[in-house]
Design a protein around this ligand. Structure first.
Ligand SMILES: [Zn+2]
Length: 151
């Protein structure tokens, strides 16, 4: 079995399995390959090296599993990186800003309306408070949650 990345004349991408490389040409000439997105039969190979399946290929749909696995690995890597970045943001904020806890919204307002000296703060706010701050044009940024913060 061989997998080709294909493109239709509307540039929809999809891929399809073929018994062997000449099967694609044959089916293409006979207009037996259809774009699953728009039904176009004007199909060409995308510029991508074909992947040959090393598994026994009596059920082609099952051969998509290794792709899903590698995608998961990428996702896990991204999630680890996101947590790391979140930690960096938190560390930075904790070093350079005052924790005002649940008074965040009122403190942010005081700073915005120059009732107090400008300084960096962080704390907690409800979604309603956040919405009101944003509506009032007060510059705030959400802080990421860290997994170990979850109670
Ligand atoms: Zn299409």
């Amino acid at each position: 079995m061989i997998r080709y990345a294909l493109l239709c004349d509307q540039d929809h991408e999809f891929d399809s399995w073929f018994d062997h490389s000449s099967a694609f040409e044959r089916l293409q000439k006979a207009a037996l390959i259809e774009c699953p997105h728009c039904g176009s039969q004007n199909i060409r190979k995308a510029l991508m090296s074909p992947q040959v399946s090393s598994r026994r290929a009596n059920k082609p749909s099952q051969d998509h599993q290794p792709i899903a696995k590698s995608a998961d690995k990428n996702l896990q890597k991204l999630q680890r990186e996101a947590v790391e970045l979140a930690r960096k943001i938190r560390d930075h904020v904790q070093k350079h800003a005052d924790n005002v806890g649940e008074k965040f919204a009122s403190e942010a307002r005081k700073i915005h309306f120059k009732e107090v000296e400008p300084h960096n703060i962080y704390g907690k706010a409800t979604q309603d408070e956040v919405n009101e701050l944003v509506e009032d044009g007060i510059d705030i940024a959400p802080l990421p949650d860290l997994p170990e913060d979850k109670n």
